[in-house]
Design a protein around this ligand. Structure first.
Ligand code: AVJ
Length: 322
C-alpha cells in the first residue's frame, strides 16, 4: 500500500506551472519563485549567512553606509513598495532614513506568506512607518499600491538582492518596463544587481560545501511532493550550479542520478527522467557595472546614482522617472 498523501487542496496555478515546466520540450524547468515556501524561505535566510554567499552582506552594507545619501537623491517618497521583501532585514536602513523626513507607508509585496509574515514581524513596529503587506505577484501588488497614493505623493520601488537576476535579460527589460508603466514623474526605483566576478567565486556562492544551497534547491521537489502528492525521491537527484559564460549567469539544476519515473497526481502527470537529465530550477544573471545604466534607459528611467561594494562586487542603482 502506498503511504503517499494526496493533498486535499491543490493550487491550480501551481499545478499548471509545475506541469508546464516538467513537460517542456528539450530542457525541463521549474519556476524559481516556487523555491520559497516556508522551508525554502528559511533555507534562503541560511544561505545569506554563508561565507561563500557574499551577495546579501554586500547589499546590506551598501544600504547601511549610503541610506542617507540614497534617500537624499530621490524626490522624497511617502510610499515605498518593495518587490519580494523577503524577511525585510535589509530594508530597515532605508525606512529609517526615510522616516526621519516624515511618515512613510511601506508596502512589502510577496507571494511567499512565510516571508511576508517574517517581514511584518521585522518592520511592523518602526516609528513613523505604516506597513501594509500584499500577498501578490510583483506587478499585481505594485498596481494595487500605485492605485492607493494620491496626486503629488511620490512612490519609491525597492527591488533589492539582485532578484532581477532571476529573469532572462529580455524578460528583465520587459518586467522593468512594466514597473515603469505603473510610475509617474518623481517616482524612483532602487535596483540591486550582483556584478560579474571570478567564475570559481560565483560557483562556490551557489554550491557551498555545507550543502545549504543544495538543500534549498532539493526542497523544491520536497515541496512538490507535499503540495501535489508526488513521489520525487530526493536521494535520486543531485544539486548542480553551472556558470553559463555565454549568458553570464549561474544556473541551478537538479540532476537525475538514475533512470526513474515520478508520479505527480496533483498535476495529473507521470514523467520519465533519464540518468543525467536535469531540471533547471533557477538562473542568477550577473551584470557589468555599466549594464544598469543601459537597462534604465531601455525601461524609461534615468539612473541618478550607483553605489558599488568594495568587498563583493554588487551595485545599488537609483533610477528616477523624469
Ligand atoms: C534571492 C534570487 C537573489 O539568485 O542569488 C541564492 C537566490 N539561489 N542561492 C540569487 C539564490 C541560490 C538569490 N536571489
Amino acid at each position: 500500500m502506498s503511504t503517499q498523501l494526496i493533498p486535499q487542496v491543490v493550487s491550480p496555478e501551481f499545478a499548471a506551472e509545475i506541469r508546464d515546466g516538467l513537460t517542456k520540450a528539450g530542457q525541463r524547468e521549474l519556476p524559481s519563485k516556487y523555491l520559497y515556501d516556508e522551508v525554502g524561505s528559511e533555507l534562503f535566510e541560511a544561505i545569506c549567512l554563508l561565507p561563500e554567499y557574499g551577495l546579501t552582506r554586500a547589499d546590506t552594507r551598501l544600504l547601511q553606509r549610503h541610506a542617507g545619501e540614497i534617500v537624499s537623491r530621490m524626490p522624497l517618497p511617502m510610499h515605498v513598495a518593495e518587490l519580494g521583501s523577503g524577511s525585510g532585514k535589509k530594508t530597515r536602513k532605508i525606512l529609517e532614513a526615510l522616516a526621519k523626513h516624515g511618515r512613510t507607508f511601506y508596502y512589502p509585496i510577496e507571494i511567499s506568506p512565510a516571508a511576508l509574515a517574517a517581514c511584518e514581524k521585522e518592520l511592523g513596529q518602526l516609528d513613523f512607518v505604516s506597513l501594509v503587506g500584499y500577498e501578490k505577484p510583483y506587478l499585481e501588488g505594485l498596481r494595487a499600491v500605485a492605485a492607493r497614493r494620491e496626486a503629488g505623493e511620490h512612490l519609491c520601488v525597492l527591488f533589492l538582492g539582485s532578484t532581477i537576476g532571476n529573469f532572462d535579460r529580455p524578460a528583465a527589460d520587459e518586467f522593468l518596463r512594466k514597473v515603469r508603466e505603473e510610475l509617474v514623474p518623481g517616482d524612483s526605483l532602487l535596483l540591486g544587481t550582483d556584478l560579474e566576478k571570478d567564475a570559481d567565486v560565483q560557483i562556490l556562492a551557489y554550491d557551498d560545501p555545507a550543502g545549504v544551497t543544495a538543500a534549498f534547491n532539493l526542497n523544491l521537489l520536497a515541496r512538490i511532493n507535499r503540495e501535489l502528492g508526488s513521489d520525487f525521491q530526493l536521494r535520486n537527484f543531485r544539486h548542480l550550479a553551472i556558470w553559463n559564460a555565454e549568458e553570464r549567469r549561474i544556473e541551478m539544476h537538479l540532476q537525475s542520478t538514475c533512470r526513474q519515473r515520478v508520479n505527480i497526481p496533483g498535476a495529473s502527470l507521470l514523467i520519465r527522467l533519464e540518468e543525467g537529465e536535469t531540471i533547471w530550477t533557477e538562473s542568477s544573471h550577473k551584470y557589468g557595472a555599466s549594464d544598469p545604466l543601459e537597462m534604465a534607459k531601455r525601461a524609461g528611467f534615468s539612473q541618478t546614482g550607483q553605489w558599488i561594494d568594495d568587498e563583493w562586487a554588487f551595485a545599488q542603482n537609483l533610477w528616477i522617472v523624469e
